[in-house]
Ligand binder design. Structure first.
Ligand code: ZN
Ligand code: ZN
Length: 238
């Protein structure tokens, strides 16, 4: 068994709310400095910075593993973390999600830029549609899409009063077979269990939801995994 340090909820510069310092190189280097083992860059409704993040991690080595992920906003306005086994699967989901975003364009001055970067932190593009809009994909449909790609879902910050599955539905639909829920950094697992007894049937993880480098997790959230394979982590979470 390995004690694995995780931070599976990090935003890059591509999220309009992500700081400009959240470049692929800065995120991976910060994860190395913090000695994290597994990280996930989960931008709002997009995976378009994952090719760069994964290329940087491969280039730098140092044992850091990247779990491909997207923080999807469902039709119900719930934030759900979708984790995928491969970059290809994440890019496939990215494309589907983009088609399901409304035709609302980003206003850079208002929301912030949505930069796509290469592995040298050069800006190689910008995403046109506003990525923090809700998609028209319901959580049940998202489940079908993600599991068909070999991925799993983890409802994000379920303790939050807005943009969480609990805030929008009030419960976790049983047919989704969800095993893990994410709890905000500032909330304790015990408190969530006290407030919602049905969570006793789920396992919890913390994620930083970092939008700036200093908010990324330290070596503070651990999982016990038999090995460092991406597939092992996915199986653990889902
Ligand atoms: Zn969120
Ligand atoms: Zn987030």
């Amino acid at each position: 068994m390995d004690r694995v340090a995780i931070d599976l909820h990090i935003h890059s510069i591509l999220s309009p709310c992500g700081e400009e310092e959240m470049t692929p190189n800065n995120i991976v280097n910060m994860a190395l400095i913090k000695e994290l083992d597994f990280i996930a860059v989960t931008d709002h409704n997009t995976a378009k910075n994952l090719p760069a993040v994964m290329a940087v991690a491969k280039e730098l080595g140092g044992g850091i593993c990247i779990l491909p992920g997207i923080e999807v906003t469902t039709k119900e306005e719930a934030h759900i973390l979708a984790y995928l086994p491969t970059l290809e699967a994440a890019m496939e989901l990215d494309q589907i999600i983009y088609e399901h975003l409304p035709e609302v364009m980003n206003e850079k001055e208002l929301f912030g830029p949505q930069y796509v970067m290469d592995e040298h932190d050069n800006i190689i593009g910008e995403v046109d549609k506003l990525l923090i809009s809700a998609t028209d994909i319901g959580v049940d449909r998202l489940w079908d899409l993600v599991t068909a790609l070999g991925g799993i879902l983890v409802p994000a910050h379920i303790d939050r009063k807005s943009y969480s599955l609990i805030a929008s539905l009030g419960f976790i639909p049983l047919e989704l077979n969800i095993k893990t829920c994410e709890v905000s950094k500032k909330e304790t697992f015990d408190n969530v269990l006290k407030n919602f007894r049905f969570f006793k049937d789920y396992q919890f993880i913390h994620g930083s939801d970092a939008h700036q480098l200093e908010d990324m997790a330290e070596r503070e959230y651990f999982l016990e995994l038999p090995d460092m394979q991406r597939q092992t982590l996915i199986r653990y979470l889902g």
